[in-house]
Design a protein around this ligand. Sequence first.
Ligand code: NAP
Ligand code: ZN
Ligand code: ZN
Length: 349
Amino acid sequence: MTTTVSAYAADSATSPLKKTTIERRDVGPHDVAFDIKFAGICHSDIHTVKGEWGEPNYPVVVGHEIAGIVTEIGSEVTKYKVGDHVGVGCFVDSCRECDSCKEGLEQYCTGPGGMIGTYNATGKDGTPTYGGYSTAIVVDENYVLRIPDSIPLDKAAPLLCAGITLYSPLRHWDAGPGKEVAVIGLGGLGHMGVKIAHAMGAHVTVLSQSLKKMEDGLRLGADEYYATSDPDTFTKLAGKFDLILNTVSANLDMGAYLGLLGRDGTLVELGAPEQPLSVPFFPLGGLRRSLAGSMIGGIAETQEMLDFCAEHDVTPEIEVIEASYVNEAYERVLASDVRYRFVIDTSTL
Ligand code: NAP
Ligand code: ZN
Ligand code: ZN
């Protein structure tokens, strides 16, 4: 027997999201069931719904920034109890046997089928996975995160994707005191990058399309802020950075941005635009620069990030919305008019 829960789903690439119901599996021995209280809106939800990464399995229920309260645990569960504040990010399972899984890098699972996405994937029980724009979910305890008491659930939700997606490369490429870090795009991901890089002690520069959000950027922890619509930015900042994190959801002139790295600097691509990126040789090879990619983070590192954010009082800037506002929120994200993450109050579902 399954449980029927409310959800918001898209039936096609062009139809608006609308209210529906979905089934959640019974709580197995290793499962945690929780009531979803808040779900963040990630730009990846929009890429998926609109079919920009290929046709998803409609109806699709997206949402992979999920925070809530445990309502039931399976007989073998040891990590969580009823009433705990928990979260789920971009994946709900993986093979558990490949080198990546054994090293706690489940997001890079190389087992059959790879990691199992929180939505638009097939679970180990053969049923489709449905994401966080819903009122409850059942997930294996090993893929559930503990939300520290000091972080309210609405602010915790965006950490599960936006937070970890920036924390992981900042750690991997050693952001910290003495490091020049730039963040391209001050949206959901970008603003978390600014806050986390600042908390790690790096010197942080925002590269945004305009200066419209400059006051916010400086308040969030940036040391410098430039408009990329101004060609002078690219001459002024040439060779400045050790690390650039690109969070832009569209294609940029990669050559121009690579030119902002110093020798041996690294540009990490985090945005996942619909079209392939085009990369010229000379700005890359000329100063032995690296172009890298990074995708979310593993379970252990996500827990580390949550604890880091609690310790350093780092939380996202959010606009909590009712579920019925989701289609309008999508339009605003697409227009770069989000400050800085929409979070759905799922009690309005
Ligand atoms: P978002 O809130 O829409 O932020 C993207 C920002 O990029 C915008 O706020 C805007 O910042 C800038 N931007 C947008 N269109 C642009 C354009 N045409 N030219 C230049 N700049 C533009 O989106 P998000 O949720 O942060 O996600 C960003 C991207 O990361 C998406 O492609 C998403 O799928 C991807 N993503 C990747 C991972 C991963 O693991 N690698 C995880 C989550 C999301 P300004 O207004 O400041 O210029
Ligand atoms: Zn995401
Ligand atoms: Zn694996």
